[in-house]
Design a protein around this ligand. Sequence first.
Ligand code: AMP
Length: 114
Amino acid sequence: MDTCIFCNIVSGAIPAKRLYEDDELVAFHDVSPQAPVHFLVIPKRHIQNIMELAPGDVALVGRLLHKAQELAVELGCAEKGARFVINCKSDGGQTVDHLHIHVLGGRPLAWPPG
Ligand code: AMP
């Protein structure tokens, strides 16, 4: 998807502060961090949002979640925890239409969200 920001990060056309990359996933720091730790993990393949997942994506999503956890630990969130968030479509507050999980940590976060 030429017009997708995150596809352009995957290809390298748009720079990002990468934390991790393999054949299926990329993780990078959020450009507008909302907490001392704020990064995103995305599948390289363009999946619009969580509503678009198919049964064949189960292993990919498992890897996505596990990588989010591993990187949260690496960035110092093991003891106090973190928030793992997937926004979906307009009511969910999704602004980039390429599936991603946010990991936010390093400070206490309020609940419920506004
Ligand atoms: P969401 O609102 O859940 O779709 O989250 C999209 C996130 O992507 C926001 O937190 C943005 O700050 C972040 N974002 C948008 N463009 C970039 C970029 N070029 N590099 C890193 N993060 C970005």
